[in-house]
Write a protein that binds this ligand. Sequence first.
Ligand code: NAI
Ligand code: MG
Length: 350
Amino acid sequence: MRRNIAVIGGDGIGPEVVAGAQAVLETAAPGALRFTAFDWGAERFLRDGVTLPADGLATMRQFDAILFGAVGDPRVPSNRHAAEILLGMRFGLDLYANVRPVRPLLERLCPLKVGGGKVDFVVVRENTEGPYVSMGGRFKPGSGDEVATETDINTYRGVERVQRYAFELARGRRRRLHLVDKANALIHAGALWRRVFAELQSQFPDVTARAMFVDAAAMQMVREPEQFDVIVTNNLFGDILTDLAAALQGGLGMAASGNLHPQREGAAPGGPGLFEPVHGSAPALAGKDQANPMGAMLSGAMMLDQLGMTAEAKRVEQAVTAALAAGECTADVGGTMGTRAVTEAVVRRL
Ligand code: NAI
Ligand code: MG
């Protein structure tokens, strides 16, 4: 059965890295995927004012998965189009689990003295709530009396489903789960997250579960990352910690992610998974053939895996690893090649 994939390159280096990922996926799973490109991004927004088209979510629901680059363009300082497109899809398709694996493909990519061999964890970031829902406002803007509020939304339903997914994920791995929060200072949201965590712990007695404050977790991620197996955290902390975590695997150019709506019995159906590198649009690198496409390729591998093509996913990861080991990579991970040459190198190894 052919799978239909929507491709949204977006802005800056997004289209370049996504082209690399698409070439690799076409080679790894010949004839199995049909790609359809969408021009959503800053260029389109500046031309006709459209961010996420009115029928955009309905259109995306017709696909089996979405391959996404990045959005963000200096010509749109408000970042409005980026928020409406990316957050619009994460929220609108109810992709509540942002899953970010952290494992250096080669030991040398990890800057820590402990060595990359010990770093192997997954961050599950809540993806539909928190302070990213744009609830708040400004009073007396522009004046010396200006007041700004940004409300942090946490619902029982939202917290429970993402934590449950993390417990299930941990069950399939080394059975260790850390809840990362700031329950000592953000006491209301913290109380809800911890209550749910305690409830779920009793349902998953085989998973060793403990809570850690986010500041301590940031330190531990550098000092002793081998203690982590699965981390579940909120939208904001997950955003920040996974850039730190990306550095443990060779930098933003190597980090992959999937935005998922894990299906639950009786729950409302969500949209197709959206797979994207963790990095942004890196405007300074755009159009220079310098961006590392491996994070996008590995996001494509996550997509294959989620579509049930586990063998093909593994082959993509192996081909990327082999290219890296041979030094066939971009400058950020110690090579001298451009985006297109790296793509050809990985394709050749498939
Ligand atoms: P960024 O991730 O674009 O860049 C941060 C640093 O990492 C830069 O030095 C960049 O050159 C480098 N970098 C990123 N990806 C790379 C790659 N594939 N290969 C080599 N080097 C790479 O984050 P930044 O600079 O904070 O944001 C730039 C724009 O991207 C902004 O408009 C921001 O809003 C947007 N953004 C979009 C995201 C998304 O679409 N998911 C995520 C993060 C930022
Ligand atoms: Mg981020």
